[in-house]
Ligand binder design. Sequence first.
Ligand code: FAD
Length: 467
Amino acid sequence: APLILWFRRDLRLADNPMLAEAAATGRPLIPLFILDPETEALGAAPKWRLGLGVEAFARALEGLGSRLVLRRGPALAVLEALVAETGAAGVHWSRLWEPDWRARDEGVKAGLRQAGIEAASHAGHTIFEPREVETGQGGFYRVYTPFWKAVKDRPVAASSPPPARLLSPAEWPVSERLACWDLGRAMHRGAAVVAPHLAVGEAAAAERLTRFLSGPLDRYAAERDRPDAPVTSRLSENLTYGEISARSLWHAGMRARAEGRAGAEKFLQELAWREFGWHLLYHTPEIARRNWRGDWDAFPWRGDNPDAERWRRGMTGEPFVDAAMRELFVTGTMHNRARLIAGSYLTKHLLTDWRVGQAWFEDCLIDWDPASNALGWQWVAGSGPDASPYFRIFNPATQAEKFDPESAYRQRFLAEIARRPGPEALAFFEAVPRSWGLRPDRCYPRPVVGLAEGRERALAAYGRRNN
Ligand code: FAD
């Protein structure tokens, strides 16, 4: 009897523990992707990008003589129907811990087992299983540094190579067509603009890693904060959909560290931030939606508001912030330093609830990751575990002097202030909805709020919260 492999965010052949274990059973395998309500609920950009990943993965499977079966519907119903059709002996998948996905998976596991069907989940999305990292007292970590110390020297199993061949079932079950799902429908005009910035699929992810290791890694420690001359790996896009394993990046980082390469330690530390995010989300799922520290519930955040709308549109009149928001629109990602500045500006200068920013990133980021996004937003807002204190308010102008000293980043994305607007600055106007009425030949807007005024207002609100 065949096994059903339910792929979700592990769209890779190499170093995929679920796939390696299933292939080793010698059974025929039915790879499956389900468009379930949880996947339908994804934001516009991540859903579109996921569809491209699924397409690439289906081709990779075909290269091994296999296929990817596509079905739509609630996961348990789809799986039960497919088991009945194919006589499959069991269903396997890789574990995830986003609260809704986890609830879905627990329901699927219970439902299948109740029906007498084997249901097994595997590690693979992270380097360290969130529940396996424990403090000396047996609890979980709330602060990054001790978490890093706890994981940095842990033995990590070797990566597994891709299977040479996958055994097919005697008859392939019917598959739906990816094109008919139209996963990119909410990307409107954006898709064509963002597409050239993507690296879709396992082979493209591996190339990205090779390129990063071939040089940028050596400048990583010194320059990872510079959005004007980016040296980072850009692998978050691929990690999100599992097109490369975090474990293989860890091993690459460890090898580089053993060779004494500058940047290797820092790279490992950043991978550990991703791990820390999943660790926290596993242990405190509420971090995805609620202030991690309850005393922040009393903070006078503004809900969605017209200033926040200007922030979303890259029209605050604060150049570093607007460049960041336009980078997001044009490339589908944003440099980490820019995420910090744009996030700080929204939550502090504009006094807006971090969840307004979180929701926008969730809709626009092709590397949207529920754990890193929630942790990142709670960190900039000051409401999270191990967060930057609220009163440390980034000044976007001085940040720009420091991290974009020649204005290359701002010029790259802001047509209105560029000496000669380049293709990316102009592409922004092609990507945004027409209804916004934005044009590159208009005047750059005056600031929504003065930097000093915004800072004072934020500090005053913070003071009131403490009284
Ligand atoms: P590199 O510098 O090459 O780092 C390698 C990998 O380490 C990354 O791919 C990523 O997996 C991990 N990493 C690096 N920095 C961080 C970090 N600060 N936190 C967690 N993991 C990190 N990252 C996402 O992947 N998805 C998100 O939705 C997301 N939302 C964020 C929201 C805010 C407000 C902030 C401040 C940060 C957010 N981050 C998010 C973290 C970080 O900005 C990105 O991971 C990073 O910019 C990705 O670029 P890279 O792949 O070139 O990273």
